[in-house]
Ligand binder design. Structure first.
Ligand SMILES: Nc1ncnc2c1ncn2[C@@H]1O[C@H](COP(=O)(O)OP(=O)(O)OP(=O)(O)O)[C@@H](O)[C@H]1O
Length: 576
């Protein structure tokens, strides 16, 4: 709950006003039955109209005051609640933006989405209820009992039985429900996860005719959520009849015993009416108190989940010694004894890699799937840090660069091109905010996508659907290459980004890239791509098996020869 208090701090003043108004409402609520009793005894029973009007006017005045206080309290409570939600969502978003890849692996997207939406809403509910009824409910119980004793202590003795009974029962319910609601929240995570996977993979599901399987999976998660929610709500629902039963019994007792006391001249009719009124208000306050504690239990469960994210240690941060002066000018890349292991793995996926790539050199990295090509790429813009050894760019360890600068100097096209909803122009400009229209067109031309865009009905204004659904795989790849080229990066990294391009387009693309003054690393499976670059890195099982030009490797590397044979046929190897 420390974060709840921290995020509420700027709004303490507004909260104080809300609480003050709530106390006003409370005072009125406690006074009304008292005045009602007075009106009955001094006005109605003695049939004095002036007295009735006098007490009646006071009661109407107080009711209006309470009404106004209630409305203004709601206004301030809502203001604090929404501002709180806004601030917390913003902070959470910034934190997740700062997450390293390792952090992101720990928190699945669906769980983050639930935290951003549902958990924050639960906390907001708790705060809103807190501002409206937190002090009011217990004070109303206490004040109601005291006032009832002041009116007539004999009849009020019944409160000594009913109040502890109800409070004890509600505490029991709340404690049990708190645990159940925590489970509900976890089940909601599951439903969101399955739903998200399904929505993003719906095309694949249709293509594989896996609708039934996925529907069952969703039904499983949904049923669990329903069962857990049902359990929690059922528990709360049982509390209401119990509450009503105790309340009705106590009312009956007050009326029965009150009647006797009035008969014995120990009480007046107005006293009995006032105490009945207090009994009703106290019971309602206890039930409100129950809901409030429940809301706090849910709020606690949710705030713990938010705190987990806000407290998550970000393992990949900018070094405090990072040098602002360091610049990437030439684009020399050096790996020195670099080993790397994903945090959740037991074995290295890259072992003892050492090589240097010269400025503006074009390198192809070729190797079996899972051999560590993407992992190698990720170490250059520091998406992960090497577990052992160092990566240097222009002679400086990547860890000594300002992180944003380093990443900004690199044009990285990931394996799965991801485009954002918006126009094609916006997607290309995403790589460089201040790019001019000419820059955008030039980057698109170099990425060999300009002609395609021009032929679209809306050209560069064509809206890209979610994740680029309305573009072909190769078109998406080229838009994301244009997005990287527009930065004029000193280091360009294409992770299997030309896989969907035909040979001619790919060759034109590589020629265009040659015009850029950048060191280029290309992960590919295609020998044709490898042939057009300066050197080929042959990777196998996290190791650099061979390095050389195509014509050298064909002679010296069995593995490379096999790859060439698999793509060109045995006889053609030496021709190529
Ligand atoms: N986020 C991750 N967490 C744990 N292990 C991972 C992660 N990403 C990749 N790996 C593992 O690391 C190894 C190397 O993966 P990598 O993605 O670098 O291979 P690759 O050569 O790029 O493969 P491909 O050609 O299929 O893209 C694989 O064994 C893979 O299972």
């Amino acid at each position: 709950m420390k974060y709840v208090a921290r995020f509420l701090k700027p709004y303490y003043f507004q909260m104080a006003i809300a609480w003050f108004l709530m106390l006003t409402e409370l005072a009125v609520e406690l006074m009304l039955p008292f005045f009602l009793g007075k009106m009955i005894d001094e006005g109605i029973q003695t049939q004095e109209l002036d007295t009735i009007i006098f007490w009646g006017s006071i009661m109407v005045g107080l009711a209006i005051l309470s009404f106004a206080a209630g409305i203004i309290n709601s206004f301030f409570s809502a203001h604090v609640t929404f501002k709180f939600g806004y601030d917390m969502r913003q902070r959470l978003f910034e934190k997740v933006q700062a997450f390293s890849f390792k952090n992101l692996n720990e928190y699945p997207t669906s769980s983050l989405v639930t935290r951003f939406t549902n958990d924050i809403r639960m906390i907001q509910n708790g705060i809103f209820m807190g501002l409206r009824i937190m002090l009011r409910a217990p004070l109303l119980v206490l004040g109601g009992v005291i006032m009832a004793f002041l009116v007539n202590w004999r009849i009020a003795l019944i409160f000594l039985v009913t109040v502890p009974l109800l409070i004890g029962f509600l505490l029991f319910v709340v404690m049990k429900a708190g645990k159940l609601f925590r489970k509900v929240q976890e089940r909601l995570d599951n439903v969101n996860r399955v739903m998200q996977e399904n929505l993003s993979g719906i095309r694949l599901i249709k293509a594989f005719v896996r609708k039934k399987h996925e529907t069952n999976r969703f039904m499983g998660a949904n049923t669990e959520l329903m069962q857990n929610t049902k359990k929690a709500l059922r528990l709360i629902e049982t509390s209401m009849p119990v509450l009503l039963f105790v309340m009705n019994m106590s009312l009956l007792f007050i009326l029965w015993y009150g009647n006797i006391e009035v008969g014995n001249n120990n009480a007046q009719v107005g006293d009995v009416v006032a105490i009945v009124n207090y009994a009703l208000r106290v019971s309602m306050a206890i039930s409100m108190f129950g809901f409030l504690t429940m809301a706090i239990a849910r709020m606690k469960a949710s705030s713990d989940r938010i705190a987990q994210v806000l407290d998550a240690e970000i393992d990949l941060v900018e070094s405090e010694y990072a040098n602002e002066q360091y610049r990437v000018n030439d684009g020399t890349i050096e790996f020195s004894n670099v080993s790397f292991r994903y945090p959740n793995l037991k074995e290295d996926v890259l072992s003892e890699l050492s090589f240097t790539v010269q400025p503006q050199e074009k390198i192809t990295i070729i190797g079996a799937t899972g051999s560590g090509k993407t992992s190698l790429f990720q170490l250059i813009p520091r998406l992960y840090d090497a577990t052992k050894g160092s990566v240097f760019i222009d002679g400086h360890d990547v860890r000594d660069y300002k992180l944003d600068y380093l990443r900004g100097a690199i044009g990285y096209v990931p394996q799965a091109p991801l485009l954002f909803t918006g126009s094609i122009r916006e997607n290309i400009r995403w790589g460089k905010n201040d790019a001019s229209e000419d820059d955008i067109i030039q980057a698109a031309k170099d990425a060999q996508i300009h002609d395609t865009i021009k032929n679209l009905p809306n050209g560069y204004d064509t809206q890209i659907g979610q994740k680029g659904v309305n573009l072909s795989g190769g078109q998406k790849q080229r838009v994301s290459i244009a997005r990287a080229l527009i930065r004029h990066p000193k280091i360009l990294m294409l992770d299997d980004s030309t896989s969907a391009l035909d040979l001619k387009t790919e060759s034109r693309l590589l020629d265009a890239i040659n015009q850029y003054e950048c060191t280029t690393l290309i992960v590919t499976q295609k020998v044709t791509t490898a042939m057009s670059t300066d050197r080929i890195f042959l990777m196998d099982d996290g190791q650099l098996l061979d390095v050389g030009r195509h014509d050298q490797l064909v002679k010296t590397s069995d593995l490379y020869r096999k790859i060439v044979e698999s793509q060109f046929g045995k006889e053609d190897v030496h021709e190529h």
